[in-house]
Design a protein around this ligand. Sequence first.
Ligand SMILES: [Mg+2]
Length: 275
Amino acid sequence: MAVSRVPEFWFPSRPPICGRSAQTDPVTSLFTTRRLGAPQRAALLDDILARIAARRGKPGVVVLDLDGTLMDNRPRVVAILRELAEEWRAKHPQAADRCASVTAAQIVYGFVENLKLAGVTEPELHESGLSFWKERFFRDPHVRHDIPVPGARDYAAACHDAGATIIYLTGRDLPNMALGSFASLRDLGFPIGRVGTELVTKPSFDMPDVDFKRAVAPELARIGNVIAVFDNEAANNNLFLEAHPHAVSVFLDTQHAPDPPPLDPRVQVIDTFER
Ligand SMILES: [Mg+2]
């Protein structure tokens, strides 16, 4: 992420436009004008596979972020909203109904913002709702609600099949989310638990994601030559190019933290892994 971990702003930085989400509206993103068209996206993804297959000596490494890159975590938020609805049902029935009616396509970046968009206006409910969300969103059990970004599973498998070592490099933390993340990757059919795959997590929740990734990026050279990195935070795409200037850095234009830095002009922009 481009900023220190601020749970309130884990979600897409763009405000909702006409109630549509960033992942369903092709014109809402700050980076829309840089998105590759479908033929160019397919060519880019195929070129990375060709680079992996052409490696001699040390293996190629492909670095894949999870949230907002391989995984769409909006269904996780919807699941928490439905649990919150049950929590509030007796004392706040109207707010409960409103939380229960939210769909994944309506989810935006901030949880309080999601409550407001649903029609929950009471500040005390915003506060208690945010605490309820924090206790669940950053924990193993709710990761099971995530779904793959279109084409992500097949592309990760294609990279692995081509000979790359796959590094899932995530801002999720080891104490609270590593086991749920491993299970999610397994259950959604991503290559994991096999030779040539690793899940790398933050050592602690409080460490800012960008600091973590900046520290880890040079260490990846011990595994092989970094051929490509995929992330949905511009700061991460940029820092990987500093550490691995010959790698292809690909920005997933799905959702991102607020106020991203300018994206390095060398970074390629796509919104799905479909080929
Ligand atoms: Mg991410």
